[in-house]
Write a protein that binds this ligand. Structure first.
Ligand SMILES: [Zn+2]
Ligand SMILES: [Zn+2]
Ligand SMILES: [Zn+2]
Length: 149
């Protein structure tokens, strides 16, 4: 079994345990993200499903599918790029912490990292001190990966 298939199988079990279902179309969209390793927009995922499965998914359904996958913590939305990435911990059993993302500016390959809880709370305090409320502690960093550097 390929690593992509095994990740998808984990995702299926994850949904079953939570009483939801990874339907065929949800599976196709998730496969696109897992396979690419990159952040993809809804439109890039529509192209993937057309090429790979001959499915023409309307944008509305792809957004609904992405919302579902996001609520199941199987994918994350990168707010700045308005793109989505597959969670790197689908096959892990540990609890999911607040994710941070390193995004290669050149090849768009994304790495999900976890920073210390204390770093996040420090950040929250600094934000509060500046008179703002932190809406999302997710950090997206503009990087160059080792391959591209
Ligand atoms: Zn994740
Ligand atoms: Zn993990
Ligand atoms: Zn790169």
């Amino acid at each position: 079994m390929s690593s992509v298939e095994s990740i998808i199988q984990h995702a299926e079990q994850h949904c079953a345990l939570r009483g939801s279902r990874l339907t065929q179309k949800r599976k196709q969209v998730l496969t696109g993200l897992v396979k690419s390793n990159k952040a993809l927009s809804a439109y890039e995922l529509i192209d993937f499903c057309k090429q790979e499965y001959g499915e023409s998914l309307p944008a509305m359904s792809v957004y609904r599918i992405l919302d579902f996958l996001e609520s199941e913590l199987l994918v994350h939305k990168l707010n700045l790029a308005n793109k989505y990435v597959a969670c790197m911990h689908i096959s892990c059993d540990h609890a999911h912490a607040v994710p941070q993302f390193l995004i290669c500016k050149n090849c768009s390959i994304v790495k999900e990292i976890t920073v210390e809880e204390s770093t996040i709370s420090d950040l929250g305090n600094t934000v509060k001190g500046a008179g703002y409320q932190l809406l999302s502690p997710q950090i997206e960093l503009n990087c160059l990966c080792d391959n591209c550097a």
